[in-house]
Design a protein around this ligand. Structure first.
Ligand SMILES: [Ca+2]
Ligand SMILES: [Ca+2]
Length: 216
């Protein structure tokens, strides 16, 4: 009887040890990675995701389908120059193109903010005094502001986003705001990140409608 009791005792101890081992293995399987990151790639809609592995508070926004309730379908969006290329991530560029502007900030604010911090990991504020959240708030709504009064300028040092003159170097303005830092001279070295080296158009603008330069 004593022998049998000992066997049962050892079986119990073994069972407890195996259980502890399994618990330990489970913890180590996460490798210290927060659970939500696995949730955003587990192939099912869980947590507060609004689609499979997207949306909610932790995952990337879900792709947006084109809203189509009439004669015209939105397939592209171009407000300010290069917004989709500079501030958005590869997988969501088609989504931004089909998102109506009033919904853009709600969907893309966090993605744009993250992107700014990836482009310049030491970003604080720029020459406009905007932090990453404030920059993202402006650019995630991809529309071109136009001032009702005063000069029309994308950025001339004093007039900021009051429109866009055709001859303005808008790409350099964008680069300056992302990489220039509070004084506008951060990353002003090799590689030079605050200018693209293309200061003007290679063909003259037209004096009549549509005023754009010929493509070649
Ligand atoms: Ca999921
Ligand atoms: Ca340029």
């Amino acid at each position: 009887m004593g022998f049998m009791k000992n066997i049962k005792y050892y079986q119990l101890v073994l069972l407890i040890c195996v259980s502890m081992l399994l618990v330990k293995c489970y913890d180590e399987d996460t490798f210290g990675v927060p659970i939500y990151q696995e949730r955003c790639s587990d192939g099912i809609q869980n947590g507060d995701e609004t689609g499979i592995d997207c949306g909610g508070s932790e995952c990337e926004p879900c792709s947006v389908e084109s809203e189509f309730a009439g004669k015209y379908r939105q397939v592209d969006q171009m407000g300010r120059p290069a917004v989709n290329m500079l501030f958005n991530i590869d997988g969501l560029r088609d989504s931004l193109n089909v998102t109506v502007p009033y919904k853009m900030q709600g969907i893309f604010q966090q993605t744009f903010e993250n992107r700014i911090m990836v482009l310049d990991t030491t970003y604080t504020t720029n020459v406009l005094g905007l932090n990453a959240e404030e920059m993202a708030a402006i650019f995630s709504k991809d529309v071109l502001w136009v001032a009702e009064n005063g000069p029309t300028s994308y950025y001339d040092g004093s007039n900021i986003l009051t429109g866009r003159g055709l001859g303005e170097d808008v790409m350099d303005a964008n680069l300056l705001w992302i990489f220039g830092g509070p004084d506008g001279n951060k990353n002003n070295d090799d590689p030079l990140l605050i200018q693209d080296g293309v200061p003007s158009n290679d063909a003259p603008f037209l004096n009549t409608f549509p005023y754009l330069a010929p493509p070649f």
